[in-house]
Design a protein around this ligand. Structure first.
Ligand SMILES: [Zn+2]
Length: 106
């Protein structure tokens, strides 16, 4: 399956980055890979969404991670643009530096 191959390729080229492929909640009807799968970046927080269960108290909730649609075509090209994003790179670098500091104290 191209998804698995593309994921392996991306992990080889971005070894410090933490991301995964997740399945969306099942929806009925014919589905393409693009409709089923989402890429999840573990370093970047998700979008702030308004939760409207309580109309009077609209709470802002942070989703665990931002999800990215695969593509264009059978590729993760869109997501790779995110991996090269300056903010994303800064988060990865900060995590790696923290990890090294923790390790040096062991
Ligand atoms: Zn990211």
């Amino acid at each position: 399956m191209w998804i698995a191959l593309a994921l392996r390729d991306l992990r080889t080229r971005y070894p410090a980055d933490r991301f995964n492929v997740v399945e969306r909640l099942p929806v009925s009807g014919p589905q393409t890979a693009r409709e089923i799968w989402r890429l999840k970046c573990a370093d970047c927080p998700g979008k702030v969404r308004l939760k409207s269960e309580w109309p009077q108290v609209r709470r802002r909730v942070l989703t665990n991670a931002q999800l990215y649609i695969p593509g264009p075509g059978d590729s993760f090209g869109n997501f790779e643009v995110h991996l090269r994003n300056r903010l994303h790179r800064a988060r990865v670098t900060a995590r790696m530096e923290l990890l090294m500091r923790v390790r040096s104290k062991l």
